[in-house]
Design a protein around this ligand. Structure first.
Ligand code: NAP
Length: 389
């Protein structure tokens, strides 16, 4: 275990990110997986940055240069046209603005409205205008999600933007936050990340997540060109190492729990650890398998509950495993355990929350109202914490 510490506060933060290097980029998904989940090591040496278990690493990505060039070509711009960004001191070339300052992916309803005001009549214009009717909200949402800036440029070729006018319509490229998958007790001057690389197709074009492909396709190992900062979090381990913890982290949601397990091992915490992990297939998507199996063997992970959703005809998810072990889970909670959830916010976190309520009803002898207040109280006591996205 490393012992280096960083006592003085860092000069680097969200407004002044540190140019970090990626020293490791390893594919975690096995051959044949439908996913591309990667393990990154981001070096913080020399930055003075420190982090706590449960924090996230903020990364400012750069857009794909080929996509930026395609945008410039669509307007017959050289890229050298000067533009002024709000709140900036001096003008910069539009190519720089499109590369690293502005979001060129999906656009807002406001952008679409500005575009339509400039567009000549065409079938594309009629289609888009029809979606602005109040009853078409859902269709408009899908329309906006499916299209990136370049799609509008190609679908409305008669619209010629002044560079400054276009800049005024685009949103800032914002940093992306990734839950740190390492503990500072073991890795004080680097952070580990567990990242699902986003690639998909809409309208016959290949699309990609800006930051995930920036990290894996466009940043070379050892280049000091990844602007980062530490985003502190409310999400963290109980102070008392004797407290038991239950961690539910399917997919990339596993990240902070790998950090929790490292930290509790390093600090020799006596409280038991229960990990719920799930993903599509055991053979190809069991992230960090060797580490978790070793911890299971050593007893550091007292209970390991796995849910591989696509290894059988019926889907099996982490919340199904929770319900199967409901009696034991209730006993842990009744004994003061802390309960943590990380990963998908839309479906998983809500279903896990339902399962927790169900366990309180079935094994804690509560009615619906009592189970609701019990869960609310857990949250107030910070015994139930979520890091969901
Ligand atoms: P995931 O898509 O959340 O899948 C993990 C497992 O959860 C799969 O077995 C999946 O099963 C299962 N699942 C699906 N619905 C569920 C439900 N209602 N309850 C419980 N489990 C459920 O895995 P992921 O790779 O972490 O991707 C999560 C999403 O977050 C991605 O869209 C990713 O782009 C995004 N995201 C990732 C990061 C990051 O990488 N750090 C950061 C921000 C956002 P099935 O698929 O078989 O249904």
């Amino acid at each position: 275990m490393a012992t280096e510490t960083q006592a003085s506060p860092s000069q680097y933060d969200k407004d002044n990110p540190f140019p970090a290097t990626i020293s490791e980029n390893k594919l975690l998904s096995g051959e044949g997986s439908k996913k591309e989940t990667r393990h990154f090591v981001v070096e913080l040496g020399g930055s003075g940055l420190s982090y706590a278990c449960g924090d996230s690493l903020g990364i400012y990505p750069t857009n794909n240069p080929e996509q930026v060039q395609e945008l410039l070509n669509s307007q017959d711009w050289t890229g050298g046209e000067s533009v002024q960004l709000p709140k900036d001191d001096s003008p910069i070339p539009i190519k720089i603005a499109l590369m690293s300052r502005l979001a060129i992916g999906d656009q807002s309803k406001k952008f679409l409205q500005s575009l339509l005001e400039r567009a000549a009549d065409s079938p594309a214009k009629s289609e888009a205008e029809a979606l602005l009717a109040p009853e078409k909200r859902e269709e408009l949402k899908s329309y906006l999600e499916e299209r990136h800036l370049i799609d509008y440029m190609l679908a409305f070729p008669d619209v010629r933007w002044e560079p400054q006018e276009l800049i005024g319509e685009l949103k800032r490229l914002t940093p992306r936050l990734y839950s740190i998958a390492s503990s500072p007790t073991r890795h004080p001057v680097c952070t580990h990340l567990t990242v699902a690389i986003v690639r998909y197709e809409t309208l016959g074009r290949q699309r990609e997540g800006v930051c995930t492909t920036f990290m894996t396709d466009r940043v070379g190992i050892g280049q000091p060109c990844v602007p980062v900062f530490i985003a502190s979090s409310h999400f963290g381990l109980p102070e008392d190492g004797a407290t038991e913890v239950i961690m539910v982290g399917p997919g990339t949601g596993i990240a902070p729990f790998r950090a929790f397990l490292q930290e509790r091992e390093d600090k020799k915490c006596s409280g038991r650890n229960w990990l719920f992990f799930g993903d599509q297939h055991q053979k190809t998507d069991y992230l960090y398998r060797e580490e978790f199996e070793a911890w299971q063997q050593s007893g550091h992970i007292a209970n390991l509950s796995l849910a591989f959703s696509r290894d059988q005809a019926e889907k099996i998810y982490v919340q199904h495993r929770m319900l199967e072990k409901g009696k034991e889970l209730w006993e842990w909670m009744d004994g003061g355990a802390h309960f943590y959830v990380c990963g998908d916010a839309k479906r998983m976190a809500a279903d896990v929350d339902d399962a927790l309520h169900q366990i309180a009803r079935e094994h804690g002898g509560m009615d619906e109202e009592a189970a609701k207040s019990w869960v609310k109280q857990l949250r107030r006591d910070k015994r139930y914490q979520r890091d969901v996205y």
